[in-house]
Write a protein that binds this ligand. Structure first.
Ligand code: ZN
Length: 321
């Protein structure tokens, strides 16, 4: 692992936690069936590369997301690797029961900051969602399973446009009142920009100082890693990303991949921020994921290599002969 000896910015966190969401946010949009053993093999490769936090699958309706219908089998195949947190996305009480039965490490519940997206995605209002999620939280607490809250469209909505910071705060407060202390701001359709990241993180820090914040960016408009820099500047130390840049929400028009895990790790290491991840091993898994999916994926460092990976001069033809 290569890290610069001095941090790029003294105010950046020294170490960040990366939550790999590729097998959930990425695979949910893949149509062809990926066998459970293949999914498990990818997750095991990522664990070997040093990743420790995963949103591995979801317990949503198999009709809505057939690719993730093997959530329980996947968790069973992985067992309980030491020091690894395997969480799953859970939309309702039925999903929570399935996740608890499958031995999930943590549950992630979600609601959209925008009413239109929530209606489209979950077919209910935000208030109805929050009431249902309070029941999930109570059930999970009874089973000793931690619950994390996510806010979709936290930086903008494909149907409504701008999402007021007040809407984000309102949901964050509702989660807080349920006893939830970890919040993910989801940039579902890649509408976040560095100023919006700073504004929302600062507002949340001021309103709910004991809420841990994670950032979940999609690279839809090419500024995903710039948003990470804004997050680091604002003190955020948890980021969600997908190996090889997999991703895309099936219920949001034009949604593309998450920020790419190996590109994120490369950037962080170059800025002197530790991740605990072996970049070379991670790139090998990313190339394997590309083979599994069978088409080119957006990750860039897996193709170019890190900046100091030099080429043999004889291996490259000069442009002008
Ligand atoms: Zn996402």
């Amino acid at each position: 692992m290569t890290t610069t000896p001095r941090p790029y910015c003294e105010d950046f966190p020294r170490r960040v936690q990366i939550v790999e969401v590729g097998t959930r946010d990425g695979f949910q949009a893949v149509e062809g069936w990926i066998p459970t053993a293949t999914k498990a093999g990818i997750l095991k490769g990522l664990i070997t590369a040093g990743l420790r936090h995963f949103e591995a699958t979801s317990f949503v309706s198999p009709r809505a997301v057939p690719q993730l219908r093997d959530g329980a089998a996947l968790l069973a195949e992985l067992g309980a690797p030491k020091g690894v947190m395997l969480s799953a996305l859970v939309p309702n009480l039925r999903g929570a029961e399935a996740a608890i039965a499958a031995g999930v490490g943590a549950m992630v519940v979600f609601v959209s900051a925008s009413e239109s997206h929530n209606l489209k995605n979950l077919n209910r209002s935000r208030a109805e969602s929050l009431a249902a999620l309070a029941e999930v939280r109570t059930r999970a607490a009874g089973a000793g399973v931690p619950v994390q809250g996510a806010i979709a469209t936290a930086f903008g909505c494909p149907f409504e446009g701008d999402v007021p910071v007040a809407a984000v705060l309102e949901i964050a407060r509702a989660y807080h009142a349920m006893g939830i202390r970890r919040l993910t701001l989801g940039d579902t359709t890649g509408m976040a920009t560095p100023p919006l990241v700073r504004e929302r993180v600062q507002a949340l820090d001021a309103a709910l100082p004991d809420m841990e914040i994670a950032l979940h960016f999609h690279n839809t408009r090419g500024v995903g890693l710039a948003n990470v820099m804004a997050g680091l500047e604002a003190g955020v130390w948890i980021y969600e990303s997908s190996v090889a840049g997999l991703g895309g929400c099936p219920f949001a028009p034009g949604a593309t991949g998450n920020i790419c895990t190996e590109d994120l790790v490369y950037l962080l290491h170059e800025c002197g921020v530790e991740t605990g991840v072996d970049l070379e091993a991670l790139c090998a898994v990313a190339r394997e994921v590309e083979r599994v999916i069978g088409r080119p994926l957006p990750g860039q460092v897996m193709k170019a290599g890190p900046r100091l990976q030099t080429a043999d001069m004889d291996s490259v033809r000069t442009a002008c002969g």
